[in-house]
Design a binder for this molecule. Structure first.
Ligand code: MV4
Length: 451
């Protein structure tokens, strides 16, 4: 096991990783920006080093500073969390050059999965279902047109270097294709410094269902069930759950087996996720692989009873995926609400500032992962997520009831949060029925309070 891990992150995920380290008997180094001096991860860690001014690229993503912090504190590994440097293959390379273990997959696997078109080809080779479309990249609008007439409209043009919903264009009429292709190309060039595009059939109103994976350095990979992530707004997830209400045992076995085949094909080590689109007929298709621990990992932890971050650290230290994990027993149902410092009454605009009053829920089947506290000031500089409220119940109904009860108990004053919005979603008949897709929030109207 490692002696000391540096956590190259902030907020709730930094705390989450510090907790796992301390249970493993590993000491911890926090890094923080000048604006985060009073943040909880600085207090929870055994040591803390300031790595620069507030902007992420000058501190949490400042590679020389992070590496220096690891060297002066003698850390033997770096956990990147999610966001910041988590999917930066060059950073993983630099860690290796400095004899520091990057807690994640190899730099090579990260860069192969980072190219969404290469990732798709890899999955095809492993017999993972993919969405019909171009074989690899599409060079010209003419080629895109040929593909579109073969597979039929609508099609979607995606940036190979994109992901998470950035750099996409849906084409419904052939006459739009040429323009949209050019727009997608220049957007991709501007946003990702890459002109590479690929084309596939557009799946209308899919669900987003993802499979949690854990791989070790001996080539073993286990799938730990799925998460339902269709409740999202502008590609930001707001509520996640496990298991998915759309997935029965038979479909789960198929999706998990496909995900394991895909991960073995790439030689995946560490915790990771394969995202699938599930169409109305319950066909599933590979969409992307996420080579990091994700925000919503706790819902899986609650239903499989495995600490994913501890296991991720164990496999990075050369440990094995335990054989019993293959036969994990799904226990009950778990739901997560992301608490964002945003105002749902005004288009979810950020709502940073001082939290004047703060009370988190508790009781049976309740978990809260947060770095916030009464008196904490949320800086305007970073992601607006300030915590996650996670419920667990015997079944989906109990997990929903428990979440409703918990959100009712929660007090956060001084800033606006997404909680009132989530309370209304949880009370919505279509949400309760479990019969929804990724368009759910587009068609959902929030009723401002006091009306
Ligand atoms: C799609 C799609 C429909 N058909 N691809 C959005 C995020 C990025 N990972 C890929 N995305 C999509 N790809 C095909 N061929 C619809 C989406 C999509 C979506 C996917 C998951 C969750 C929410 C979404 C919202 C809009 C579009």
């Amino acid at each position: 096991m490692f002696n000391k891990i540096l956590i190259a992150n902030r907020g709730e995920i930094a705390l989450r990783i510090i907790r796992a380290c301390h249970e493993l008997g590993v000491s911890t180094v926090a890094v923080y920006s000048e604006i985060d001096e009073l943040s909880l991860h600085v207090r929870f860690a055994d040591e803390a080093i300031c790595v620069g001014p507030p902007p992420g690229n000058m501190s949490y993503m400042n590679v020389p500073q992070i590496i220096s912090a690891a060297e002066v504190t003698n850390a033997d590994a770096i956990h990147p969390g999610y966001g910041f440097l988590a999917e930066n293959s060059r950073f993983a390379d630099v860690c290796e050059d400095h004899d520091i273990t990057f807690i994640g997959p190899s730099a090579e696997v990260m860069s192969r999965m980072g190219d969404k078109s290469v990732a798709k080809e890899t999955m095809m080779n492993a017999d993972v279902p993919v969405i019909p479309g171009s074989e690899g990249k599409v060079e010209t609008a003419e080629d895109a047109k040929k593909i579109a007439s073969d597979i039929g409209l609508p099609v979607i043009i995606k940036a190979a270097a994109g992901g998470g919903g950035r750099g996409m264009r849906v084409v419904k009429e052939m006459e739009d294709l040429e323009n949209y292709f050019a727009m997608a190309r220049s957007e991709s060039q501007a946003a990702f410094d890459s002109p590479d595009l690929y084309v596939e059939k557009f799946i209308e109103q899919p669900r987003h269902v993802e499979v949690q994976l854990l791989g070790d350095s001996f080539g073993e990979v286990v799938a730990l069930g799925e998460r339902e992530c269709s409740i999202q707004r502008r590609h930001q997830k707001l509520i996640e759950e496990s298991p998915s209400p759309a997935v029965d045992e038979e479909l789960r076995a198929k999706m998990c087996n496909a995900a394991v085949r895909g991960a073995k094909e790439v030689g995946y080590e560490s915790a990771g996720t394969i995202e699938f689109l599930l169409d109305a007929e319950k066909n599933f298709y590979f969409m992307e692989m996420n080579t990091r621990i994700q925000v919503e990992h706790p819902v899986t932890e609650m239903v499989v009873g495995i600490d994913l971050i501890k296991e991720q650290i164990r496999v990075a230290a050369g440990g094995k995926v335990a054989p019993w994990m293959k036969n994990f027993k799904l226990r009950g149902h778990s739901i997560e609400c992301r608490v964002n410092a945003e105002d749902p009454e005004h288009g979810f605009r950020p709502s940073p500032g001082e939290i004047t009053s703060f009370h988190m829920p508790g009781g049976m089947g309740m978990r809260v992962d947060t770095h916030a506290y009464a008196g904490y000031t949320i800086p305007p500089t970073y992601d607006s997520m300030i915590g996650k409220i996670i419920s667990h119940g015997r079944d989906r109904r109990e997990a929903i009831d428990r979440m409703q009860r918990a959100l009712e108990e929660t007090v956060i004053e001084g800033i606006k949060t997404t909680i009132p919005f989530q309370q209304q979603v949880l009370a919505d008949e279509r949400f309760i029925s479990g019969n929804f897709d990724t368009k759910f929030l587009e068609n959902f109207t929030f009723q401002p309070e006091g009306i």
